[in-house]
Design a protein around this ligand. Sequence first.
Ligand code: SF4
Length: 679
Amino acid sequence: IFPWEVEKIRTTCPFCGTGCNFDLNVKDGKVVGVTPNEESPVNGTSLCVKGRFHTDLINSPDRITTPLIKKNGKFVKASWEEALSLVTSKLKSIKDEYGGDAIAGLSSARCVNEDNFVFQKMMRLVFDTNNVDHCARTCHAPTVAGLATTLGSGAMTNSIEEVECNEVLFIIGSNATEAHPIIGNKMKKAAKKGAKLIVIDPRRTELADHATLWLPLNSGTDAALVNGIINIIVNKGWHDKEFIETRCEGFENMWETVKNYTPNIVSKITGISEDILYETAKLYANTKKAGIFYTLGITEHTTGTANVINLANLAMVTGHLGIENAGVNPLRGQNNVQGSCDMGALPNCLPGYREISEPESIKLFEEYWNTKLNPNKGLRIPEMLESSIEEKLKAMYVMGEEPVLTDSDANHVKKALSNLEFLVVQDITLTETAKFADVFLPATCYAEKDGTFTNTERRVQRVRKAVEAPGECRLDWKILCDIAKRLGVKGFDYGNVEEIFNEIREVIPTYKGITYERIDKVGLSWPCLTEDHPGTKFLHKETFPRGKGLMLPVEYEPPAELANEEYPVILTTGRMLYHYNVMTRYSNSLDALRPCELAEINPKDAKDLGVKDNEEIRVTSRRGSIVSKVKITDRVKPGMMFMTFHYKESPVNELTNSAYDPVTKTAEYKVTAVKVEKV
Ligand code: SF4
């Protein structure tokens, strides 16, 4: 195919939160390739393997192209009329009999902002419930809670462009080269230019090879480690007294706890020597352009919110906030998880993070939407599952999410889904979750729709329709509006997707100045308050949204499961380069690069087990047992192993623990005690 034979449609990558831009190359109505968009401030001419080679998933033979209804345990094809009549009549009768709170919905970080906005609006206006959540619950909910509490805004403080200009990068619990490859590349470029990388991870990730300091701490000891670093900084007088006095509160309260975390005590808890703790504290505190970067190694713990609060404490103590090339930077997981949160696909927040518990918020949205709203907080995903098992929750509507493979303790998830009276799944393929559905509604993928995604740096970017959807697939927001209208609810008469975006701008002040026209070529990062506002590269320049930054004491708590005689190995989970969650498995090109799980174990453990590379092992936890091929590597320590959650053939979440962060109900995916046997 010659370049002049293809039409190029500019859009945004549907995988990780980096939000790279590229042009979909279209020939004869089919996507035939991808070329980067060099104007993009996010990725320029670079793309990772997923962005570049994924397009065969758009035309995947696994796409479901007609509605399906389950009859006698088997799916049969149905018309849209039949499927939507069944969905509306069944959900209406459940609402009439048990009330709206007997229904719950999962919105999707894989869908555009406009789909998410309509989804939460449907749950609130049509079904009269705040039972709406999405996959942020399994990843960055502690970020939203922790940063909103301390700084007043639960988002990345700085921009992706700045990564290369940091002089110290404090990277904790983030395998950026695989999970956010373009950001990972920028980190490595920074190192090449002379920046110092401090990589804190029990596993020797690829970034650790480029680090000045690698701290292989014991899994789940992050809170103690950060307390120890703050302890050294303050005792050495390396803290920023002026910043603390003028811009923060709570220092004394925090110090009452942190003063007890002496280097000696912290070294014993974390396994990191006192010398390395000292070097880390010195390097981070004494470099002004020093940014903290983290992902799920921080949040997916029973102490997830506390860990995030502690990183904010560290940045405030050193004054590394409100300036360029520094800050606290959560790298959001999925492409639109920031947007899904912004849109209010959360059980405790209306759009724009207006708390349900605040009567003012309810009043505001009742006026916007000319309706009465349910003032009670909704259920979070784990609570929805529990409620189903208790037979209180009767129905769920799942749009573009795969809890059976991605939520912890998968057997519990399956039991909860089986227990529902009615399950609707709206997706592009028959996912493992969809197999439990009563009705399947075929939707469009990102290449077949218009809208916007908001990436990890708060940049709102266009998603554009490049090709027609196959068969009878419909746009997500149109399906939802159809349901609302069939049930006689007003406020869903959108003529096109831009009308939805304009409503978003009306109700979320930080989006007010962003128009489709302004983001035609390059996106804008919120807050963007007026139509002549340039967007915001970094946050908290003069003040924090909550006024003063709040320092809070954080105590170290060990993980919920520790290794013992019966389960002597600690399993930690994460992502790998060639796959993004489970979606990329539908791309034959990407799947061919890594078609199966390769559980990483240390050479010593492999020798003890008598296994070689590519042989099979059985991994068993208190909740389940799975089989996987093995990869022997010293990137994991003896007594530790690593697996991804991409493979339904080796579903690692049958093993993971559903012990939760008490604030957000995010599960402790990062620490599971297991035993390993040769098959
Ligand atoms: Fe960029 Fe992430 Fe897409 Fe790779 S997966 S191209 S890093 S947005």
